[in-house]
Design a binder for this molecule. Structure first.
Ligand code: NAD
Length: 432
C-alpha cells in the first residue's frame, strides 16, 4: 500500500521505516525542512538502535522517501498517518494544534477513499474532531478516520513495533477497519489485532500509560518506606512481582518517571477526567508525587553532599537506549544540584549534543571517567549498561570523594564497596 506518514519524529520515523519493511511504499513528511534534508542526506536525526540501518535498507530498496510537501505525499496515499507531536498545555490538557494543522494540510489533497489514521496520542474524542476538521477542509466531502495508537518504547522501538503485545485498531467504519487489518496482516500471526471504536482506542492508550506510570509511582513510594524501615526494595519488588496478577515489569524504583509520554499522558488523562466530570484522583496524585520525587531526590543528594561539592551525573536521557531528554528526571536532578550551589559534570553516551544546548550550567564530558575526575560524588541517573560496568578502581584513583548515588540500582555493589565507596541506592539504606 502507499502510505504518507505526517511527522518524522521518533514515532513517525520508526513506524514509517517498519511499514516500508513490510513492503509498503512510505513517504515520511515533516514541516521541519532541516530534518527532511538531513534524512535525505542519510543522516538520522534521532538515536534509536537499528533505525539507521533499517531506514538505509528501505531507502535503497526504493520503498522509503522523505518530503516536506504533505500535498504531494498524500496525493496517491491509501493511508495517511498523523504522527505529529501532541504536547501538553499549561493545564495538562493536550495541545492539538499540530494535529489540526496537519489535518488542514493533508485533508484537501487526500484521495476520496484514503483513510486518515491518528497515530499520535490524543485524548478521547479527538478522532471525531479530526473527522469534522478534515470534512470541513475538504469542502464537505466525507473522510474515513481511524485511531491507531502507538505503544513502542524509545530504545527498543523497532522490536516493539515488529513484535508488539497487541495492535489497537480504532475504526468506526468498515473501510478504515479493512485497510488497517490489511496493513497489519504481517503481524496477525504474532499478536492480537484488537479492533474497537476510535474512542476506545484513544482511551486504551492513555489508560495503559497511566497504569504503567502508577506501577512506577507505587514502587517509588514503597522504596521510600524500605529506606525508612531498613528493608530492601529489590526483594520486595521481586516478591510482589512474582504474583502473576501483578507481574514483574515496571517495579524498579528510581528517580521518578520522565520522557515524552508518561508525564504528559498522565496529565492529559487527569485533565480529560476533569473536563468530563469523571475525576481521576489516583492519576492526579501520581502526577504530583512524581514531580515532588525528582526534586526530593535532588535535595536528598544535597543533604549528603558537602556545600559546593563537585558532582558527576552519569546519564541525562530519561532512560537508556535513547537521546531523548524530554522531561528527564536526570535533568531535574541536575537543576536541583546546580540550584543548591554544586558544580555538575555530566556524561551521557548519546544525549550530549542536545543536552549541551539545553543544560548550560553544567559541563559535559565525553566519558564517565573524564566527567568523574576530581569529583566528590557520582550520581548514576540513567541506566545505560556501561554504567553497570564502571571501573571503581579507576574511579577511586581519580575522584576526590567516595560517594555513589545509584538512582537506577545498576552499579556493581561489591566492586564499589571494595574500593571504599559509600553507596546510596534507591530503596535501601546506604552501604559502606
Ligand atoms: P516528535 O516531536 O519526535 O516528532 C513530531 C514531528 O512532527 C516533528 O519532527 C515535527 O516537526 C513534526 N510535525 C509537526 N507538525 C507537522 C506537520 N503539520 N506536518 C509535518 N510534520 C509535522 O514526537 P514523537 O515522540 O514522535 O511523538 C509523536 C506522537 O506519538 C505524540 O503524540 C506522542 O505522544 C506519541 N507517542 C510517542 C512515543 C515515543 O516514545 N516518543 C510512543 C508512543 C506514542
Amino acid at each position: 500500500m502507499k502510505i504518507a506518514m505526517i511527522g518524522a519524529g521518533y514515532v513517525g520515523l520508526t513506524t514509517g521505516a517498519c511499514l516500508s519493511r513490510f513492503g509498503n511504499s512510505v513517504c515520511c513528511v515533516d514541516i521541519n525542512q532541516a530534518r527532511v534534508d538531513s534524512l535525505r542526506a542519510g543522516n538520522i536525526p534521532i538515536y534509536e538502535p537499528g533505525l539507521s540501518d533499517l531506514i538505509k535498507a528501505n531507502v535503497d530498496a526504493g520503498r522509503l522517501t522523505f518530503s516536506s510537501s504533505a500535498e504531494t505525499a498524500v496525493a496517491d496515499a491509501d493511508l495517511v498517518f498523523l504522527a505529529v507531536g501532541t504536547p501538553p498545555l499549561p493545564d495538562g490538557d493536550t495541545d492539538l494544534q499540530f494535529i489540526l494543522g496537519a489535518v488542514d494540510a493533508v485533508a484537501p489533497h487526500m484521495r476520496s477513499d484514503a483513510v486518515l489514521v491518528v497515530k499520535s496520542t490524543v485524548p478521547t474524542g479527538a478522532a471525531q474532531l479530526v473527522r469534522k476538521r478534515a470534512v470541513a477542509a475538504r469542502g464537505g466531502r466525507a473522510v474515513s478516520v481511524a485511531s491507531n495508537p502507538e505503544f513502542l518504547r524509545e530504545g527498543s522501538a523497532l522490536e516493539d513495533f515488529m513484535a508488539p503485545d497487541r495492535v489497537v485498531i480504532g475504526a468506526d467504519d468498515g473501510v478504515a477497519e479493512d485497510r488497517l487489518r490489511r496493513l497489519y496482516a504481517p503481524l496477525a500471526d504474532l499478536t492480537t489485532l484488537l479492533v474497537t471504536s476510535t474512542a476506545n482506542a484513544e482511551l486504551i492508550k492513555y489508560a495503559a500509560n497511566a497504569f504503567l506510570a502508577l506501577k512506577i509511582g507505587f514502587i517509588n513510594d514503597i522504596a521510600d518506606l524500605c529506606e525508612a524501615t531498613g528493608g530492601d526494595c529489590a526483594a520486595v519488588s521481586k516478591g510482589i512481582g512474582l504474583d502473576s496478577r501483578i507481574g514483574e515489569a515496571f517495579l524498579r524504583p528510581g528517580p521518578g518517571f520522565g520522557g515524552s509520554c508518561f508525564p504528559k499522558d498522565t496529565r492529559s488523562l487527569a485533565a480529560t477526567g476533569r473536563r468530563y466530570g469523571a475525576p481521576q484522583p489516583l492519576v492526579e496524585a501520581l502526577v504530583e508525587r512524581n514531580l515532588e520525587r525528582q526534586v526530593a531526590i535532588g535535595r536528598r543528594l544535597s543533604a549528603v553532599l558537602g556545600a559546593g561539592s563537585r558532582v558527576t551525573v552519569l546519564g541525562a536521557a530519561f532512560k537508556a537506549g535513547t537521546d531523548d531528554l524530554r522531561e528527564s528526571p536526570a535533568l531535574a536532578i541536575v537543576d536541583a544540584l546546580l540550584e543548591d550551589g554544586h558544580t555538575v559534570h555530566i556524561h551521557d553516551p548519546k544525549a550530549r549534543e542536545v543536552g549541551e544546548r539545553l543544560v548550560t550550567g553544567a559541563k559535559w564530558s565525553s566519558s564517565p571517567y573524564e566527567a568523574a575526575a576530581g569529583a566528590d560524588a557520582v550520581v548514576v541517573a540513567t541506566e545505560w549498561p556501561e554504567f553497570a560496568a564502571l571501573d571503581f578502581e579507576r574511579l577511586a584513583r581519580m575522584m576526590s570523594g567516595r560517594l555513589i548515588f545509584d538512582l537506577r540500582n545498576i552499579v556493581d555493589r561489591n566492586a564499589a564497596l571494595a574500593e571504599g565507596f559509600t553507596l546510596h541506592s534507591v530503596g535501601q539504606r546506604p552501604q559502606g
